[in-house]
Design a protein around this ligand. Structure first.
Ligand code: PMP
Length: 448
């Protein structure tokens, strides 16, 4: 009660808005895939602080690396040379293909995308930027313009619709029924694909080409795309879709930016970076969240050529590349390797998706199960025939019941109709079995 009182009086009221649970959970402690509340109740964490705790809460190795650095040096800014920054930049660059070798460190995903936007505009001399419907690229005033999801927009220029960026009606995901009806504030073109979900790949690509031909300016600065949409609800693109988008963007003089804030660092299992699953090489990669296992950090990695054009001006970021953040992030990279986190993401994620698909076949309200590795979406519908999103009250009821039974998951999708499962990559098959039994019970009793 006292904490709720403080929250009401002294905390950013937005926190109240996004408090997802009617009865809030007061988290006190975490270890690997587990969280404990102030009363000592244990939860299996399948959302990882929004896909952020990559290797596990308070992972002992990462914690030790942070402790060591905290005792040595907290901060100097990057006007001085200090080893953790340089060691980390070299290590991170080694995870990216040529020519992506120049690293800029930031403190969040929004900051990384802001920076990428600026660099793209300077490099190309163009202004317009393309993103996909359903995308989320940040909450800063600039990146809000890139974010398509209307729920995160404000009624001001750049926060409303696409005033200085373009959000063409490109791809709505496999469940056309629930993805087609985006809020009018973010639509440039009206939806034209009532059967979107069942179109063949080449039809999607045809639609993409047509959108570019009719709605996209002839010169653009950049295209931002998440390899799999996160906040949008684990939305995947048809085969070769992203590849074709890259081609169309480059034809218009734009650079291609992969927003790996959620999909990076092994989460998709089969690859370290989400873009690798699309047979493309971006001109810039932006990242955050999983990079620091919960420590505030972000990065842009780009080519020497783009970096050279940016170097004509002066850009400074006080905390970007902070020594503690670098020590943590370096240890995260080592830990992903040593713990086999990416492989675990693939194994456990594939197992979870296979089992979830069985529940989808069993229950009328589980409309779709999709994703890759441990980036999974479970889209809930009123029924499979209508594909109407399950209403928010029903979503909340199920969400709350799952929490009460000891499992924390996330919510996303344009209508908040998709449960998101993006746990720390250390979860086990036993954890998955526990979650499946909880989900089965909750959905079963909801249907009764
Ligand atoms: N890009 C993507 C794909 C994201 O999911 C998010 C955060 N949800 C961001 C960018 C913004 O990151 P941050 O909240 O760290 O600014």
């Amino acid at each position: 009660e006292r904490m709720m009182e403080i929250r009401r009086k002294n905390c950013n009221p937005m926190i109240m808005k996004v408090t997802s649970y009617k009865k809030p959970v007061f988290i006190h402690q975490g270890h690997m895939q587990w969280l404990w509340d102030v009363d000592g109740k244990r939860y299996l964490d399948l959302f990882a602080g929004v896909a952020t705790v990559s290797v596990g809460h308070c992972h002992p190795k990462v914690t030790a690396a942070a402790e060591q650095q905290l005792k040595r040096l907290w901060h100097t800014t990057n006007i001085y040379v200090y080893p953790p920054l340089h060691e980390y930049c070299e290590k991170l660059a080694s995870y990216l293909p040529d020519p992506l070798k120049v690293v800029y460190l930031t403190n969040s995903g929004s900051e990384a995308n802001d920076l990428a936007m600026l660099m793209a505009r300077l490099y190309t001399g163009n202004f317009d930027i393309i993103t996909f419907r359903g995308s989320y690229h940040g909450g800063s005033p600039q990146t809000m313009g890139l974010t398509s999801n209307a729920a995160y927009k404000y009624p001001i220029a750049n926060g409303l619709g696409c005033t200085n960026t373009m959000c063409p009606d490109v791809f709505r995901g496999p469940w056309g029924g629930s993805h087609c009806r985006d809020s009018p504030v973010q639509t440039i073109r009206e939806c034209s694909c009532a059967q979107g979900y069942c179109m063949a790949n080449d039809q999607y690509i045809g639609q993409l080409k047509e959108t570019f031909a009719t709605s996209v300016p002839s010169r653009i600065a950049a295209f931002f795309g998440e390899p799999i949409q996160g906040v949008g609800g684990a939305v995947q693109y048809p085969k070769n879709y992203l590849k074709e988008a890259y081609k169309l963007v480059r034809e218009r003089g734009g650079v291609c930016i992969a927003d790996e804030v959620q999909t990076g660092f092994g989460r998709t299992g089969s690859h370290f970076w989400g873009f690798q699953g699309h047979d493309v090489i971006p001109d810039m990669v932006t990242m955050a969240k999983g990079i620091g296992n919960g420590f505030p950090m972000g990065a842009v990695v780009t080519t020497p050529e783009i970096a050279a054009s940016f170097a004509k001006g002066v850009h400074f970021n006080t905390f970007g590349g902070n020594p503690v953040a670098c020590a943590v992030a370096s240890s995260v990279l080592d830990t992903i390797k040593e713990d086999g986190a990416q492989q675990n993401s693939l194994n456990v994620g594939t197992y979870l998706m296979t089992e979830l698909a069985k529940l989808r076949d069993k229950y009328e309200i589980i409309g779709d199960v999709r994703g890759k590795g441990l980036q999974i979406g479970v889209e809930m519908v009123k029924d499979k025939a209508s594909r109407e999103p399950l209403p928010p009250e029903a979503m909340s009821e199920i969400f709350e019941d799952i929490k009460d039974m000891g499992v924390l998951i996330g919510k996303g999708g344009v209508y908040g109709q998709t449960f998101r499962i993006q746990p720390p990559m250390c979860i086990t098959k036993d954890d998955v079995d526990f979650f499946l039994s909880v989900l089965n019970k909750v959905v079963h009793s909801y249907m009764d």
